[in-house]
Design a protein around this ligand. Sequence first.
Ligand code: ATP
Ligand code: ZN
Length: 302
Amino acid sequence: MDAQVSFLDQLFNQRILHDSGVDGLYARSAVFEEVISQFEEFALAFGRHEISEAMVFPPGMPMADFETSGYMKSFPQLAGTVHAFCGSDHDHAGLLQCLAAGDDWTDQQKATEVALTPAACYPLYPILAKRGPMPETGAYVALQSYCFRHEPSKDPARMQMFRQREYVRVGTAEQTMAFRETWKQRGQEMMRILELPHEVDAANDPFFGRAGRMMGASQREQELKFELLVPVNSTASPTACMSFNYHMDNFGKAWNIRLADGSPAHTACVGFGLERLALALFRHHGFEVDAWPSGVRKALWG
Ligand code: ATP
Ligand code: ZN
C-alpha cells in the first residue's frame, strides 16, 4: 500500500466509501454494502441451526433501557442521545434567529425518549426480560443493529455509526461460557476461510476515567472479553473485528432476566464489526472484488 496515501483516502479515491465532511460518518458504495450482506450470509450459516430467533434493531433504543444498561457510568464519552425541538411558535422564532445569527441553537433541544444504540445487543435484553423466566434451553438470538459511538477518527475502521452483527446467548453460566468458547473457535475458522491474518487476544472495554482503568484491568484479568484482531488501517496496531464477551449475570441482574429457577440469567455475545470486516477484506484482497482469491469469493458468493 502506498504509505503516502492513507487507507481512508484510498477508499474515497476508489469510491468505496464517500466523505461526508465528518470523521467516522461515511456513505457506503453498492460494492461495500454487497460485501457486508454476503459476509452476513456467511456468518449466519455458522449459527443458523442453533439460534432460537433473529431480530434487526433500528439505530435507536429506549432511553429508559439505555439508562438501565449503565452505559453512562462506564462510557459517557462514547454515548449519543437524540434531542428534538419541543417548543412553541415563539420558541421557533427564537431558534430561527439563532440559526440566522450563527449562534448556538442546540441548547433549546430537549432530550427525547430515544438514545442511539451503543452496542447491538442492548435492545434485546429488556425484550427478553418482559417474557418472564427463561426456558431451560435459554435464548440464542442472531441480531443486527446500527450502533453509535462518539469516537471521530481518520481511521476508517473507527466509525461513529457502524453495524454490528451479533449472536447472543442467554442462559446458565455453563451455557453462555460454552457458547463463547465455540464462537472463539468459529471466528478464527471464518477468518481462515476468508484468508485474513488474525489473532485472538484478551481485551478490555474503554471504561471512562480513573475508576474505569481499574474496571478495564479487572475485565481483562477475569478474561471477560476477547477480541479477534486483523490488521486493517495499520499492521502495527491491528483492529478488533470481532469480540467475544461474557457478561456473567450483570445484564441478567440489571434488566431482571430470570432463569426457570428464578436466579438471574447469564449472558454472552459475539459481535462482528461489519464495516471493519468489509474493510479488512478490501485491505487484504484489494479494491477489485472480482479479483479476490477464488476461495474467498466462493465463501462469500457461493
Ligand atoms: P475497540 O476496542 O476497537 O474500540 P471494541 O472491541 O471495544 O472496539 P466492541 O464494543 O466489542 O468493540 O464492539 C463489537 C465490535 O464492533 C468490535 O469487535 C468491532 O468489530 C466493532 N466496532 C466497535 N467500535 C467500532 C467503531 N468505532 N467503528 C466500527 N466498528 C466498531
Ligand atoms: Zn453484545
